[in-house]
Every structure is written in C-alpha cells, then in structure tokens.
Design a protein around this ligand. Structure first.
Ligand code: UDP
Length: 478
C-alpha cells in the first residue's frame, strides 16, 4: 500500500512590520484552522524579541501543526525603534535570505513534505524561485495600490517619473497631472494619488529602483496573487488585473472571515495593548468619539502633533488618540509628554491618549464616530468592517492611493491635505462627525460594512475565493 501523502506545508514569510504580520497571521490561521494545512510562520529575531516582551511566551506558543520560527535579521537587539523604521527593515531583508533558504532546505526538505511559500517579500520570493519552492504573493494592501505600483514603470517610460525638479513637488504639479490611462483605476487619479515612491528627482533613486524590481517580481515569480480585499470593493481594478497577473484571488476582510470560522482571537500584536481604553469608550454616547491612530510606522513631526492636538481640542468632540512610545520628539518621552500642557488641561476628561490599543475592537465600539487615519490598509479595512467614516491623512507608500479610493470612490472619507493645520483638522472633524457630509458618509460606511460582511460570510465572494485558493493553488500540492 502506498504511504499516505504528507500534509502540504505552508511557509508564511511576511514583511516584518505589524501591518504585514497581522493579515499574514490571519490567513495562516484560517488555512490551518479550517483547511488543515501545517504552517511554519516566520518572524524575524527582532520581532520575536518584541513579541516576547509585549505578550510573553504565549505569543509564540503555536499549536499542533502550527509553529513559529525566527530568522536573524541583523537588527540591533536593544533598539526598539529599528523595527519601526521602514528603511532599516528594507535593508535587513537580504540578511534573511540565506537563513530562509537554510530553513527550507534543511527543515522542510521537499522529500519529506510538499511545501508552498506565502510571502510579500521580494527577495524571499526570488530566493524561493531559486531553490524550486513554489510560491504565492500575498498582497496585504489594496488591489488599487498594487495596480498603481504596477503603473510606475509606465510613468517612468512616459517621462513623468522621476520628477524634473523639486519644484514640481511644491507647485501643484502632482495635483494637476491626471493619469487617466491606468487600467481599472479611477479616471481622475492624480499623480499625487500614486504611491509616494515616485516623488523623487533622482533617476538612480534606490527606493524607486527597489519598487520597480519588486513590482516585477510580484507579477512574474509567484503562481498566484492573493489580495487582502474583497471583490465588491475593488471590482474594476480586480478585473483589469487579470490581464497582467497570474491567477488572482480576493479573500478579505480576513478579520471577518476568521470570526465566521470561529477563530477570532488571533493575536499578532507586537506591542502591548491597552484594553482600558475600551472601558473608557463604554461610558461614551454612540458615534460621539473621534479615534485617531497612525498605524505602526508613521511618525508625526512635533508640529504635526501640535496642530492635530489643537484641531481635536477646538472641534469640541471627545477623542481617543494613539501616540506610540516610539513617536518621540527629539530627546523627549513619548505619549502625553509630547503634547502641549495647555492642550492637556483644556481637554482633561474629554480625551484618552494611549500608546497602543486593540484597534479593531476600538473601531467596532459603538462610541466611535470617525477614524482619523493614515490610511494604512489594515486600518482602512478594519474601519470599513466596522462601518466607521474616515478622516484620511495619508503619509507615504500606498496610503495616498488608499485615501483616494476611500474619499472619491467609496465615499467613506474626507481627505486632509498633506500637512493640515489645526483649522483644517477641526473643520474636517466637524464635517464627518456632524456636519454637511456626516449623514452621507455614515450611510456609505454602513453599506460597505454590510457588503464586507456578505463577502466574508458563507457563500460570499471572499469565502468562495478562499475555497478556490485551497482547491486551485494548494490542492495540487496534496
Ligand atoms: N494597530 C493596533 N493598535 C494600535 C494601532 C494600530 O492594533 O494602537 C493595528 C491596526 O489595527 C492595524 C495595524 O496595527 O491592523 C496597522 O496596520 P496598517 O496597515 O493600518 O498600517 P501600517 O502600520 O502598516 O502603516
């Protein structure tokens, strides 16, 4: 009798920052929990230390058939902030490649199990190709931003990027240049709405070169691309994408799919969560609180912090504000110590400032009326799932594209300018919380919330697509 086939083994290797780890972990949990795949989830040494510090050994305990491993990344052991600096993270990637190869070749040899890599790290996908490991790209941000990234090579070919001179960044050129030829993207997309990697005047810009290289990799190396979005939200761009990509699957929002599958408590937070802010919200009226949070990497300047503080203060609304501990002004401590004392006096009892919160639960709390966000994709999807309108203040990378989609296509957000002053912040808060556009935006947000729930529920588009991933991409491994 032939020996039973070994179970296929999935190796998850997400880019080592919170916004990538969270959805990768959710997908890994789903494929393990509902579909019985064995999983090796790869962290970096730096993040392993952070997880242990924040949440103790339970954070890495695993389960039968699900284990965590960590590869060296060369980041300094003591420097907490290194893991929140995108450039340091990007530079650390090549260090991990030999360790990743070693892990696959020595611990998961092809002879003992069938394996597949799920990753969004270009050098790791290329390494997999080199050692003959099949792979799938898991694109953890919007499909629109993927398409916008793919257009960068065309922007270069048409001579629009790199920019001619720094003046173009200041004189409205990014606003007035409309790109109406990008497949599946809105016709009114401005250059400003494209990922910020194009904002350079240097033809040899390292980040631009890296972006071009990785977009080519995502298009050509994997056998499929899995998107953390849902078809109804990005239908046009998803259908345009099928012309340029291997098979694609939209399988989000994962927090909802996980909840449907009974696997809700999938913690992957690298920082300790302050759950007391949920108690603080319990005492508030429905839709009365502005929630402000800028993800895991964005750092505001001292001036931006002050302008935001005074905008929140003069709006008159109650607020919950995440100021991470690494968000330090030069030499100062983090948190409320960064805020003007007069602001703290004026808003005493009206605001709650914390260094890290259980954001998904916060957004689902009925007291939250609007979300002031940097437009990181997880934050936006969490807001869509909760039906909360957004104040969009994009900083970098894909955030500009996400903001554009939320504000002009899905009509669930109001966009702030790049460096909003206190009056602008105040006016936008008033507009979303109770002013002219509040009702329209709440209605749109509620509609998208329902559509997201339908997509993630049994028989919904994402539910079906996840089954398709299992049957069309993973089953051939069995
Ligand atoms: N987050 C959190 N608590 C906080 C702030 C953020 O749990 O206080 C989570 C948030 O829910 C999201 C992730 O951190 O899942 C940030 O990812 P996102 O894509 O929004 O932004 P990034 O950090 O990649 O810029």
């Amino acid at each position: 009798m032939p020996a039973p086939a070994a179970k296929p083994h999935l190796v998850f290797f997400p880019f080592p920052s919170q916004g990538h780890i969270t959805p990768a972990f959710q997908l890994a949990r789903l494929l393990h929990h509902c579909h019985g795949f064995d999983v090796t989830f790869v962290h970096t040494e730096h993040n392993r230390r952070r997880l242990l510090r924040a949440r103790g050994p339970d954070a890495l305990a695993g389960a039968p058939g699900f284990r965590f491993v960590a590869v060296p990344d060369g980041l300094p052991p003591s420097d907490e902030d290194a893991s929140r600096d995108v450039e340091a993270l990007l530079l650390s990637l090549p260090t991990m490649v030999p360790h990743f190869k070693e892990l696959v070749l020595s611990e998961l040899p092809a002879a003992s199990c069938r394996r597949l890599l799920v990753s969004d790290v270009d050098p790791i996908l290329r390494a997999a190709e080199e050692i003959g490991l099949p792979c799938v790209t898991f694109w953890i941000t919007s499909a629109s931003s993927f398409m916008a990234m793919q257009q960068i090579r065309h922007l270069v070919a048409k001579g629009l990027v790199p920019l001619k001179d720094a003046e173009q960044l200041r004189n409205g050129y990014l606003d007035s240049t409309v790109i109406d030829w990008a497949p599946g993207l809105p016709k009114g997309m401005r250059l400003r709405d494209f990922p910020t990697f194009i904002r350079t005047t240097d033809p040899d810009d390292a980040v631009l070169a890296l972006t071009l290289r990785s977009t080519e990799c995502y298009r050509t190396v994997p056998s499929a691309v899995v998107f953390h979005t849902f078809e109804e939200l990005e239908s046009q761009v998803i259908s345009a994408m099928s012309d340029i990509l291997p098979p694609i699957y939209a399988i989000g929002p994962l927090p909802l799919l996980l909840r449907e599958a009974g696997g809700a408590s999938a913690g992957s937070s690298l920082s300790k969560e302050n759950r007391a802010c949920l108690d603080w919200l319990d005492g508030k009226r429905p839709n009365s609180v502005v929630f402000a949070s800028f993800g895991s990497l964005v750092k505001l300047t001292g001036e931006q912090l002050a302008e935001l503080a005074w905008g929140l203060a003069s709006s008159g609304y109650e607020f919950l504000w995440v100021i991470r501990s690494d968000q330090k002004a030069t030499g100062a401590a983090g948190g409320t110590a960064l805020l003007p004392p007069e602001f703290l006096e004026e808003t005493e009892g009206r605001g709650c400032v914390t260094s890290w919160c259980p954001q998904e639960a916060v957004l689902r709390h009925g007291a939250v009326g609007a979300f002031l966000t940097h437009c990181g994709w997880n934050s936006m999807l969490e807001s869509v799932c909760a039906g909360v309108p957004m104040l969009c203040w994009p900083f970098a990378a894909d955030q500009q594209t996400n903001s554009r989609m939320a504000c002009t296509e899905w009509r669930v957000g109001v966009e702030l300018s790049e460096d909003p002053g206190r009056e602008e912040v105040e006016a936008a808060i008033r507009q979303v919380m109770g002013g002219g556009r509040a009702e329209e935006m709440r209605r749109s947000a509620a509609e998208w919330k329902d559509k997201a729930a339908l997509a993630a529920g049994p028989g919904g588009s994402s539910w079906v697509n996840l089954e398709r991933v299992v049957n069309e991409v993973l089953a051939p491994l069995m």
